[in-house]
Ligand binder design. Structure first.
Ligand SMILES: [Zn+2]
Length: 341
């Protein structure tokens, strides 16, 4: 699920300092899109034209391939969100609803989330060398708590940090040596994700473990659902990374890539369910439907919510089947990678 309101602060990114011509309003797409959605809405906002690939830093000229809400880099194959959001636009895009203190999903959903993080914590604790763990974009600190419950010293980095063992700031400000560093669906929220990975690689102890999970733009579900793909999540997701570009980057920063999973990063079956439900008349939003009322991007009537959930129940066998196909063919909706220094 799109998540992690995090280190997208105004201090260190270079693009916002550039004075740029306004992006062209994507009038052609607005005219042809039968129904507005999050992507087409973002395309119609004004904002600076994206000048460089956020993943590798290559300049993105007028000839760079563009589609709704993003521009592709010919050097590394990663797409960067375009227009490039200002800090104010990002702040508005997260809003208070994104991660309310009262929880995102209500009892059962939040309990499932805690269980999933506990499984991840166990795996990290078993496979990382002795030492501290840093969770970059730690959200409400669920993984940090799960690690500490296992006796691991762990710190969470989160822009609006609250609670014990959580701190604000960006990974660029972090020093010292770490046994493991985790980017769980957080890298795509950063303005300089490539630099963040390079810095993380330098912070790792010899044999230290880097764990990354992020949406895979080269997945079957991304191709199938296009600008309505659940994990496109504009403008909060600033880069759209094919799995192969992630592993190439990790190798490029001097790490040894180990496990690559198209299942473990989560959101694979849900991405299909969300996409299939969103194709029904009225484009019901399954993600909003399963979230607590205070955590929805827009108000939703009970009838609309029931419609979305009933549709998901009916379509779930199809979603599970498509998810299985993605995983087996290694084109999963998300990718999970472990790499070591
Ligand atoms: Zn690039």
């Amino acid at each position: 699920m799109p998540k992690r309101s995090m280190t997208r602060g105004p201090r260190s990114h270079r693009y916002s300092r550039l004075v740029l011509e306004p992006a062209p309003v994507n009038a052609a797409q607005s005219r042809t899109a039968p129904e507005p959605n999050q992507t087409t809405s973002w395309c119609s906002t004004s904002g600076p034209r994206t000048p460089a690939c956020a993943w590798c830093g290559s300049a993105l000229g007028d000839d760079a391939p563009r589609d709704a809400g993003k521009v592709w880099c010919g050097q590394c194959g990663v797409a960067t969100t375009s227009p490039w959001p200002t800090d104010a636009q990002l702040e508005a895009a997260y809003g208070d609803w994104y991660r309310p203190e009262s929880g995102r999903f209500g009892g059962v959903g939040d309990a499932l989330l805690r269980r999933a993080r506990s499984t991840l914590a166990r795996r990290i604790d078993r496979t990382a060398p002795a030492g501290r763990v840093l969770d970059v974009g730690a959200g409400d600190g669920t993984l940090v708590s799960a690690l500490r419950d296992r006796g691991r010293d762990a710190i969470g980095l989160e822009r609006h940090a609250t609670g014990e063992h959580m701190q604000g700031g960006e990974i660029a400000d972090v020093t010292g040596t770490w046994a493991a560093i985790v980017f769980w669906h957080s890298l795509e929220h950063l303005r300089e994700p490539g630099a963040a990975l390079a810095h993380a690689a330098r912070l790792l102890a010899p044999g230290g473990l880097l764990v990354v999970a992020l949406p895979n733009i080269a997945s079957r579900q991304a191709a199938r659902f296009g600008d309505r793909w659940f994990a496109l999540d504009l403008p909060r997701h600033l880069v759209h990374v094919p799995a192969a570009a992630l592993t190439a980057k990790l190798t490029g920063v001097g790490l040894h890539v180990g496990r690559v999973s198209h299942l473990r990063g989560g959101q694979v079956a849900f991405g299909w369910a969300h996409g299939l439900v969103g194709r029904l008349p009225g484009h019901p939003d399954l993600y909003d439907a399963i979230r607590a009322p205070q955590a929805r991007s827009a108000p939703m009537s009970n009838a609309a919510r029931l419609y979305a959930i009933a549709a998901a129940a009916v379509l779930s066998p199809v979603a599970m089947l498509m998810a299985a196909v993605e995983v087996v063919t290694r084109r999963g909706g998300s990718v999970y990678v472990e790499a070591r220094r």
